[in-house]
Design a protein around this ligand. Structure first.
Ligand SMILES: Cc1cc2nc3c(=O)[nH]c(=O)nc-3n(C[C@H](O)[C@H](O)[C@H](O)COP(=O)(O)OP(=O)(O)OC[C@H]3O[C@@H](n4cnc5c(N)ncnc54)[C@H](O)[C@@H]3O)c2cc1C
Ligand code: SF4
Length: 330
């Protein structure tokens, strides 16, 4: 491992100043992703600015009835928070579906959103990879890609974003707050991750040196009737091969409001707007749930070995929405 400078920041302006404009410096959250990447040499920061002592570890109500989650709140504390469990249950379920208890105790909200892809070529320094070494190529397109993207990818990169938490936050229109040397800013999660295009190494719209300070959940009444379902290759301690965050408000057998986001199918958590449009005002039946899934998945461009994801996501959407509709009818 390369030698590096370690600093612990006490306040937000201090953290931003310590990182400065140094492209070789990184903020350190729980370290559960960054330190692993440092051990393999994928990340080689000259300086780490530890953010865990910053006063960003609270979850507080906002004036409009939403919740503001500090960037250093651990995944465990987020999942256990009573406001999250009752008003945004899919978010608690998404967090608890990820990693392990020990990892969730360390991992932070900011770090979770910025964790890197699990594409095997990205972490293998003997291989080319446009995300790690821009312009070197993407061996996954013709190589091992059974867990790669079917939506929104490009020939330059077909990797998926691994976060479960981000999928639920996307379904509920969360907004990321950040701080830079030039002042604070905000990005809706919908615009937080950049399209892949020919620059897969540029992953987010955060300005250089930005410190994530929190994530705000607006009040979303339908979120109280939500669910997260994750499919993986083994029952625990594995990343998703497909996941769905869904919320459904049904009255008189008709869908009044719906939220839907997909995980592990694109370079970012994927908000299923086309499906939501089909659902809103439609009968709450499996037939319409399948039509909604098909509307979203019409844009899918699977590779030779990951076409199964299209079927998997369709079945997942129908199953989760059917369960939510059944609950609403009780
Ligand atoms: C074995 C294993 C299994 C896992 N399984 C899952 C899973 O199933 N689902 C899932 O979603 N995740 C899973 N994870 C990933 C885990 O959730 C992430 O590693 C974790 O959330 C990252 O948070 P962290 O605080 O440790 O980030 P760090 O590792 O500290 O940082 C990650 C990145 O975020 C940056 N960063 C951190 N905080 C900030 C901030 N406040 N502002 C700006 N930049 C910041 C860092 O510079 C770094 O680039 C797994 C991890 C492991 C090791
Ligand atoms: S899919 Fe993306 S991360 Fe994987 S090898 Fe290709 S460019 Fe690299």
């Amino acid at each position: 491992m390369r030698e590096f400078d370690y600093r612990r920041a006490d306040d937000v302006p201090g953290a931003v100043a310590l990182l400065g404009a140094d492209p070789e410096a990184r903020y350190l959250g729980g370290g559960t992703n960054l330190v692993d990447l440092m051990k393999t040499g994928v990340e080689r920061p000259a300086r780490l600015v530890d953010v865990r002592a910053l006063p960003l570890n609270r979850i507080e109500p906002t004036d409009d009835g939403g919740l503001r989650i500090g960037a250093t709140v651990t995944n465990s504390d987020l999942a256990a928070h009573s406001g999250i469990r009752h008003r945004y249950p899919a978010l608690t379920q998404a967090v608890l579906a990820g990693a392990s208890g020990q990892l969730r105790n360390m991992a932070t909200v900011g770090g979770n959103l910025l964790q890197r892809t699990r594409c095997g070529y990205f972490t293998d320094l003997t291989q080319p990879c446009n995300k790690r070494a821009p312009g070197s190529g993407c061996p996954a397109v013709r190589g091992e890609h059974h867990n790669h993207a079917v939506l929104g990818a490009s020939d330059h990169c077909v990797a998926v974003h691994p976060s479960d938490m981000g999928v639920a936050l996307t379904a509920f229109d969360a907004v990321v707050s950040y701080e830079t040397a030039d002042g604070p800013g905000e990005l809706p999660l919908a615009g937080f991750y950049l399209p892949v295009g020919d620059t897969p190494h540029r992953e987010t719209a955060l300005p250089p040196g930005a410190l994530i300070t929190g994530v705000t959940l607006p009040p979303v009444p339908v979120a109280a009737r939500s669910r997260y379902r994750k499919v993986r290759e083994r029952a625990s301690y594995a990343f998703a091969i497909g996941s769905v965050a869904a919320a459904l408000d049904v009255s008189g057998g008709v869908v009044r409001d719906a939220r839907l986001a997909f995980g592990a199918v694109a370079s970012r958590p994927w908000r299923a707007h086309a499906a939501e449009r089909v659902l809103t005002g439609a009968p709450a039946t499996a037939e319409y749930f399948a039509a909604a899934a098909d509307a979203e998945l019409a844009a899918a461009r699977p590779l030779p070995d990951n076409g199964y994801k299209v079927t998997l996501m369709r079945n997942l959407v129908v199953a989760v929405l059917s369960e939510l509709a059944e609950e609403a009818a009780r």
